[in-house]
Design a protein. Structure first.
Length: 321
C-alpha cells in the first residue's frame, strides 16, 4: 500500500505593520519654522541699534547660556567623539558666519532681495545632501522646492522697498545661503553621535567664540541701545536660536536634510503674516499669493507616496517620533 504524505503547511504571518509617523518630529519642525520666521521681525528691530557682528554675538551668548543651563540640568555631558567634526563645522558656518553675514547683508539690500537670495539655501541643502550624505532627490522634493522657491521670489518682489541692492549685499546674502546649507549638511551626521541639545549647545558656543572679536562693539552699542532692541536681541538668542535650533536638530535626525530644508520655505509666508500682525504692514495680494505658493511647495515636498502606488517599490518610512 502506498501512502501519500500530506505536506505540512506552516501558518504564514502577515507582515508587521509599518508604524505610523509620530507627531513629535513634525511638531518640532513647525516650532522651528515659526520661531525662525519671528526672527526676521526681531532682527529688523534690533538691527537699528546693533551692528551685524555685535547682534550675532549677543544672540549667540544668550543662546549659549540657555542651552548650557539646560544641558547641565539634564546632565547630558559631552556628545560622542564622532559628533565633533560636525559640531565644529556647523558652529563656525551656521551659528557664526551665517548670522554675521546675514545681518550685514540685510543692511545692504532690501528685504525682498535678501529673501530671494537666502532662499537658495534649501536648494543647496538638497544638492549637498545628495552629494555628501547619499540622500536621494525624489521628484516630489524637487517639485515642491521649485514651487516654494517661486513663491519665495514672489514674496521677495512683494516685500521689496525702494532701497537699492549693492553687489556687496548680494554677495553677502549668497554667502549666508552657502553657510546655512553647509552648516545643515555638516550637522546631520553629528546627530548620530549625540542629542540635538548637545550638538546645538556646543555648536552655539563655538559660534559665540568665533564672534568674540565683536565684543567691544557689543559692549559699546549695548550701553547706547534702547531697551527694546536689547530685549529683541535676547529674544533672538533664547527662542529662534536656543529653542528653534534644538527642535530643528530633533527633526533633522528623523528625516533627510533635503526635506528639512524644504520645510523652511514656509518661513516667507509666516513672515508676511507676522509683519501684518506685529508691524501693521498689510500684505499685498502679490505677497499673499507668494506665501500660498511657499506653503503649497512645502506640502508637496513633505508628501508621501501611497505605499502600494510608487514605481520601484514602496517608499521606506522615515524615522519619526
Amino acid at each position: 500500500m502506498t501512502t501519500t504524505s500530506t505536506p505540512t503547511t506552516h501558518p504564514t504571518h502577515p507582515p508587521a505593520p509599518v508604524p505610523a509617523p509620530g507627531w513629535r518630529a513634525p511638531a518640532a519642525a513647525c516650532t522651528t519654522v515659526v520661531l525662525w520666521a519671528s526672527a526676521f521681525v526681531s532682527i529688523r528691530s534690533a538691527g537699528e541699534a546693533y551692528s551685524p557682528g555685535a547682534l550675532a554675538l549677543g544672540r549667540l551668548l544668550a543662546g549659549s547660556l540657555v542651552l548650557g543651563a539646560i544641558l547641565l540640568v539634564r546632565r547630558e555631558g559631552l556628545p560622542g567623539r564622532g559628533a565633533w567634526p560636525g559640531i565644529i563645522a556647523s558652529g563656525l558656518l551656521w551659528f557664526g558666519l551665517y548670522m554675521v553675514v546675514l545681518n550685514w547683508g540685510e543692511q545692504e539690500v532690501d528685504a525682498g532681495t535678501a529673501a530671494m537670495l537666502v532662499n537658495t539655501g534649501p536648494i543647496l541643502i538638497a544638492l549637498l545632501g545628495a552629494r555628501m550624505l547619499g540622500e536621494g532627490l525624489p521628484r516630489r522634493l524637487l517639485l515642491g522646492m521649485g514651487v516654494s522657491f517661486a513663491g519665495a521670489v514672489v514674496v521677495g518682489v512683494a516685500m521689496s522697498g525702494d532701497g537699492g541692492s549693492s553687489m556687496l549685499g548680494v554677495a553677502l546674502c549668497l554667502l549666508a545661503a552657502v553657510a546655512y546649507a553647509a552648516g545643515v549638511v555638516s550637522q546631520k551626521p553629528a546627530l548620530a553621535h549625540g542629542s540635538s541639545l548637545q550638538i546645538n549647545a556646543f555648536g552655539c558656543l563655538i559660534g559665540a567664540a568665533a564672534c568674540l572679536p565683536f565684543t567691544g562693539a557689543l559692549v559699546s552699542e549695548a550701553a547706547a541701545a534702547p531697551l527694546s532692541a536689547t530685549l529683541n536681541m535676547v529674544y533672538l538668542g533664547v527662542f529662534p536660536t536656543a529653542l528653534a535650533f534644538t527642535t530643528w536638530g530633533y527633526a533633522l535626525a528623523r528625516t533627510t536634510a533635503g526635506r528639512m530644508g524644504a520645510t523652511t520655505y514656509a518661513v516667507p509666508a509666516l513672515v508676511v503674516a507676522m509683519a501684518w500682525v506685529l508691524l501693521d504692514e498689510a500684505p499685498t495680494l502679490l505677497g499673499v499669493a507668494g506665501g500660498a505658493l511657499c506653503l503649497a511647495g512645502v506640502a508637496v515636498s513633505r508628501s508621501r507616496r501611497e505605499a502600494g502606488a510608487p514605481r520601484g517599490g514602496p517608499a521606506r518610512p522615515e524615522r519619526n517620533g
